[in-house]
Design a protein around this ligand. Structure first.
Ligand SMILES: Cc1cc2nc3c(=O)[nH]c(=O)nc-3n(C[C@H](O)[C@H](O)[C@H](O)COP(=O)(O)OP(=O)(O)OC[C@H]3O[C@@H](n4cnc5c(N)ncnc54)[C@H](O)[C@@H]3O)c2cc1C
Length: 493
């Protein structure tokens, strides 16, 4: 196992920077425990500017975040309490279709409890594709949806029950929590603003601070956010934009008072608005709201006005925070002595809350590649990171392409004008033609990040069926019964 470099500088103190600091410090600690004789001391410094703020959003996760805290050895209750966190069982999509069809569905996280009913769901959906009026509402088949309906917290299930769940949290508090953890593990915190970067295409030699100091390192981790100071700017790495597929490039966030029993909400709401979608994230201290939209179709003041109208008087005194987003990714995430992590390496809009999952995956994969020290480690790393980004982009793009809204030019453009990525185009073709969808999914398996249940849920949830039916099918009582039985079994243990 190759030891991590003796001097590491992380540029940026946003969530990506502090997650990197925690992860690397922990990796050093674990390596030292496993191979005490082979490990040298490692100095990790995190540099952040007091004048350039962090992006300050990013409050929903995927289930993968649980592994991050497990890796750090941090108990869930400890960090959740400090970060006003709540559990999340999935995302409710509302108003992504015209009101004349069933225009809401739930995208659940899946678990072992779902195994008996998931197959019934796939069968029902495939029957519905053939024109048979079956119940294709994912909420009637997947445990996570029932937990949301009944307000059942995942930590009340038997510990032996494998259930996937994620979190909502306050981004600022999470940053502070991670900072404390990293500092306790010996990470040095340096406040300063980079004025210039001494670099060539392969190597970052040093970062020059405005106060005249210079920082050198064997490894630089670029967590400088959308600026991408080291990789994108100094080394001119190629950025592949997704803007022809994903039109949203801005957001406005406004907090509102805490919801009643926020801990029992258990879901992010994603609600279609005129030129994008609104998020609602329940925290124990407040509610996070935002509107993700496209500036091609809507000005920032119109977006703020629309969001304020939806949220009503409760936000009259709340400030709005406006953000611009660059969607896309670097072609090379790791090159020479610099790895880019977080917004500096790329971003896919926050619809499925995947950004911190990518940060975590990037760190995990980087440490693995570094320690294994394979001769093609850079290539391996970059190919895998690109696969992850593109695979997530494909699934996010499906939400827009499948919408049936006719009320604004924005929604019509999302259907007609987006460049449909190849994998999504293939799945759409197979789905629409009535071909065996299992075979289609297997065919592109290596490119998928979202797996079978998610693809069935989105196609069925968005009502992508060629033969319209005059009435809704009644709920599948057999599946509902089986799902509730497995849930109550898990509760009673
Ligand atoms: C609207 C929106 C909603 C989002 N929602 C989610 C979500 O629900 N779930 C999710 O997982 N992710 C979400 N994200 C993404 C998430 O917010 C980011 O991935 C996360 O916050 C990490 O950001 P970062 O640390 O890469 O960058 P930033 O937070 O921008 O941090 C950049 C850091 O670099 C430093 N810096 C910059 N320039 C210099 C300089 N010259 N010298 C020194 N330091 C410098 C800054 O001081 C700062 O500390 C969302 C993003 C947006 C835009």
């Amino acid at each position: 196992m190759k030891a991590l470099p003796a001097n590491i500088v992380i540029v940026g103190g946003g969530t990506a920077g502090w997650m990197s600091a925690c992860y690397l410090a922990r990796a050093v600690e674990l390596a030292r425990q496993q191979h005490p004789s082979k490990q040298q001391p490692v100095n990790i410094t995190l540099l952040e500017s007091a004048d350039i703020s962090t992006v300050g959003v990013g409050e929903g996760s995927t289930p993968y975040l649980r592994h991050f805290f497990d890796y750090l050895g941090v108990d869930e209750n400890t960090w959740m309490q400090t970060c006003s966190a709540t559990y999340k069982m999935g995302i409710s999509f509302e108003n992504w279709n015209n009101a004349d069809v069933d225009n809401s569905y739930f995208h659940p996280f899946f678990s072992a409890l779902d195994i008996p009913t998931a197959d019934q769901y796939f069968d029902a959906v495939n029957q519905r594709r053939r024109g048979i009026n079956t119940d294709v509402n994912p909420s009637h088949y997947f445990t996570a949806a029932q937990m949301v309906e009944d307000g059942i917290l995942p930590n009340t299930l038997s510990t032996a029950t494998h259930i996937d769940y994620a979190y909502h949290f306050d981004a600022g508090q999470l940053g502070d929590f991670l900072k404390q953890y990293a500092k306790a593990k010996g990470v040095k915190h340096h406040i300063g603003t980079i004025a210039s970067v001494h670099a060539d295409a392969q190597t970052i030699h040093a970062v020059q601070l405005e106060d005249g100091q210079q920082l050198q390192a064997e490894l630089f981790v670029d967590c400088s956010g959308f600026r991408g100071l080291l990789g994108k700017q100094a080394q001119k790495r190629v950025f592949k934009s997704y803007s022809d597929t994903l039109f949203n490039d801005a957001a406005v966030a406004i907090a509102s008072p805490v919801l009643p029993s926020p801990e029992a909400k258990l879901q992010t709401r994603s609600i279609g608005l005129e030129h994008g979608w609104q998020w609602e994230i329940p925290l124990t201290s407040r509610t996070g709201n935002g509107y993700v939209y496209s500036t091609q179709f809507c000005s920032s003041s119109d977006a703020e006005a629309e969001l304020r109208q939806v949220l009503g008087e409760q936000v009259n005194d709340s400030e709005a925070r406006h953000l611009r987003m660059q969607v896309g990714r670097l072609e090379e995430h790791w090159q020479g002595n610099c790895v880019c992590i977080g917004l500096s390496q790329g971003f896919i809009e926050p619809l499925e809350a995947t950004a911190l999952m990518l940060v975590q995956y990037a760190l995990h994969h980087f440490v693995d590649c570094w320690q294994a020290d394979h001769p093609h480690k850079y290539q391996q790393y970059n190919v895998e990171m690109n696969r992850m980004f593109d695979g997530i982009r494909d699934y996010i793009a499906a939400h827009y392409y499948l919408n049936t809204r006719t009320d604004t030019a924005y929604w019509q453009a999302c259907r007609h004008d987006i460049k449909v990525p190849d994998t999504l185009a293939y799945l759409l073709k197979e789905w629409d033609s009535g071909a065996n969808f299992e075979t289609a999914l297997n065919q592109v398996d290596s490119k998928l990040v979202y797996l079978r249940p998610s693809w069935y849920c989105i196609f069925a949830g968005m009502q992508r069926f060629s033969s319209p039916l005059s009435s809704m099918a009644s709920p599948n009582e057999k599946a509902l019964y089986a799902m509730k039985a497995s849930l109550s079994g898990a509760l009673s243990k």
